[in-house]
Design a protein around this ligand. Structure first.
Ligand code: FES
Ligand SMILES: [Fe+2]
Length: 355
């Protein structure tokens, strides 16, 4: 898994003091050198296994607090007591982009995920730790049935759920969903802010890719008898980053296309912050619900699935094949044991099911 580009932490949090970040069961140390470069290393000192994140940063290296060995961003180490000793630790390839530090194992062939948002107003990223495995978090964020009951602003009205159409399509490395139905009632101020007409249809379209596991959402409204988007459009990217086998870090990059953006920039600033708080609020509702699951095994056996759950099996197969197994190294396999037993009982085909 570590060969995929993952968002580790907001770039502004990476200062001279080293940080410990968990990724897929492995502890990493993230630090910034005096010249501003960011280093991401295995957080275990190769000498006698002290956490490097307990140390400090000198000019260009993180220094282990135990015996003072120092490691630069490339993982090259020096020992003050034995200057001719050769030692190295695993160093990751690092990129700072979209306000985050991203890392992957060196010499990997994976592509950096595309965040395509030209013409959109970008809001500050949102992070949330959820106490559930990756599969169960992704299950929640790629089905619309819960939105009627769990969410305040996003999604369909409960009484209109039977009218919601849900189309799922899949290829070898992605799964997409197109959903359309009656918008749930929201406060008038929200309708005004987002330009949602009365009786509007809410469109919720997503594509999930698996290197790393992330979903792009396109959210917009139309009138009932048209496909012409009205008001604000949302484009949201959610990255599902496994901390370990029982918890997941959700990283959200949200952007909005505002019809009035050119008119009054101050409104856009205000809108940005309000929209960010709404995204945070809704994600917390998801978190509260997911963390109450009676059983956090990822197997689908025994679940009574509905027409909104077609993605579950498709996702598990791709997580297993594309995300977990792609060129997995022995050391990775030893730090993160895949617990999911995958049952592929969902046919992979485009289906359009009217209720
Ligand atoms: S354990 Fe790190 S220098 Fe000894
Ligand atoms: Fe949700």
């Amino acid at each position: 898994m570590l060969q995929h580009w993952h968002p580790l932490c907001p770039a502004r949090r990476v200062r001279r003091k080293p940080l410990e970040i968990q990724l897929a069961g492995q502890s990493l140390v993230v630090f910034r050198t005096k010249s501003g470069d960011v280093g991401v290393l295995d957080n275990v000192c190769p000498h006698r296994r002290m956490k490097l994140s307990c140390g400090h940063v000198t000019e260009d290296a993180v220094v282990c607090p135990y015996h003072g060995w120092a490691f630069d961003c490339e993982g090259n180490g020096t020992s003050p007591g034995t200057p001719r000793l050769h030692c190295t630790t695993t160093a990751f390839e690092v990129v700072e982009k979209h306000g985050f530090v991203w890392a992957r194992l060196k010499n990997s062939l994976t592509e950096f995920p595309v965040l395509d948002e030209p013409g959109f107003t970008v809001v500050r990223p949102v992070e949330q730790r959820i106490q559930a495995p990756l599969e169960l978090v992704l299950d929640n964020f790629t089905e619309v049935e819960h939105a009627a009951t769990v969410h305040r602003f996003i999604g369909y009205s409960l009484g209109g759920m039977h009218r919601v159409t849900s189309i799922v399509a899949a290829s070898a490395d992605r799964v997409s969903g197109d959903n359309r139905g009656p918008q749930k009632p929201v406060p008038a101020i929200v309708r005004w802010m987002f330009g949602i007409p009365k009786g509007a249809e809410f469109h919720w379209e997503w594509i999930t890719r698996f290197s790393p596991v992330h979903t792009r959402y396109d959210e917009f409204w139309t009138s009932q008898d048209s496909d012409q988007p009205l008001g604000v459009r949302g484009r949201i990217y959610a990255f599902f980053v496994p901390i370990d086998t029982t918890s997941t870090r959700l990283v959200i990059f949200a952007a909005f296309r505002l019809p009035w953006a050119g008119w009054f920039n101050q409104i856009c600033l205000t809108f940005r912050e309000i929209a960010r708080q709404m995204v945070r609020f809704e994600i917390r509702q998801d978190m509260r619900m997911i963390e109450q699951l009676a059983d956090t095994r990822t197997e689908m056996e025994g679940m009574k699935l509905s027409r909104f759950d077609r993605t579950l099996g498709l996702h598990r197969e791709r997580i297993s094949r594309v995300y977990r197994n792609a060129a997995q190294t022995d050391s990775e396999a030893s730090v993160f044991r895949v617990e999911a037993s995958v049952r592929l009982n969902h046919r992979e085909q485009v289906r359009h099911e009217d209720p």
